[in-house]
Ligand binder design. Structure first.
Ligand code: MG
Ligand code: MG
Length: 255
């Protein structure tokens, strides 16, 4: 069932979103060669703790995973698309990093992700990240009352496919609220004018995932979490939690 949020609930969700934005900003600032993914996880955990919030990710245990998630961020490097478990890997110049973070404040979640490189990007990485962000922006712009969920999905897919990227099937955005993952699911491809009607109070996470190699195939690591491109090409993932309101889309996880 899709739960529409009241204005006061959206105000709480905006605060949860701010905490996530702060955590991502702090992690990005700290990410440089030699810093480990576990160190980034600790940094994000401290921001969430200082805000009086709780990690949405730590110990999260969806049906597809064999074990609860052990971190407060997903740290997905290079050919890892999403759900990378933060470990002792130390960042190197040129790595393409996606950091995904969620926090729960006063009972409501925020969920957001950024992609960036360590040091200057190659042209291919810069373009991949740019297209992922453009897809996110275009999809956010369709999140308007009177539209349909297919408009959001179509906006993501159109930009990814036009650029020749692969899109992992079965993973994408979702409703957000008292649970991090709620109905409806928000695929990264779809048909405009189809699907769930967008109404004020609907809150969705929109999260383009693009694979540079152009294939849709991916594998799951033995840890049961990290999704990796089958061809070894790099992937970018960006995400915002967005509310549909009477006055247009509101990005709840904006800084
Ligand atoms: Mg996320
Ligand atoms: Mg999400």
């Amino acid at each position: 069932m899709v739960e529409l949020k009241t204005e006061s609930e959206l105000a709480v969700m905006r605060e949860a979103g701010r905490v996530v934005a702060r955590a991502l900003h702090t992690v990005r600032d700290a990410a440089r060669p030699g810093v480990s993914l576990l160190e980034l996880d600790t940094i994000a955990a401290q921001v969430i703790l200082d805000a009086g919030a709780v990690s949405s990710f730590l110990n999260y245990h969806p049906r597809f995973a064999p074990t609860p998630f052990p971190g407060v961020i997903c740290a997905s490097v290079n050919d890892v698309i999403v759900h990378g478990i933060p470990d002792g890997y130390r960042l190197r110049d040129g790595d393409l990093v996606s950091i995904d973070c969620g926090a729960c404040l006063d009972g409501f979640h925020g969920d957001s992700a950024i992609s960036f490189t360590i040091g200057p990007p190659t042209e291919a990485d810069a373009t991949l990240i740019k297209h992922a962000n453009e897809a996110l922006d275009a999809a956010i712009d369709t999140a308007r009352a009177g539209g349909r969920l297919g408009d959001v999905s179509a906006a993501v897919g159109r930009i990814g496919r036009a650029a020749g990227y692969g899109i992992p099937q079965g993973f994408g955005g979702h409703g957000v609220g008292r649970r991090m993952h709620e109905e409806p699911s928000v695929p990264n491809e779809g048909q405009p004018n189809r699907g769930f009607p967008l109404r004020p109070g609907l809150v969705i996470a929109i999260e383009p995932m693009f694979m540079a190699g152009g294939h849709d195939h991916f594998t799951t690591d033995p840890d049961g979490w990290a999704l990796r491109t089958s061809d070894g090409s790099r992937a970018a993932h960006v995400e915002h939690t967005v509310a549909v309101t009477e006055s247009g889309p509101v990005v709840l996880t904006a800084p």
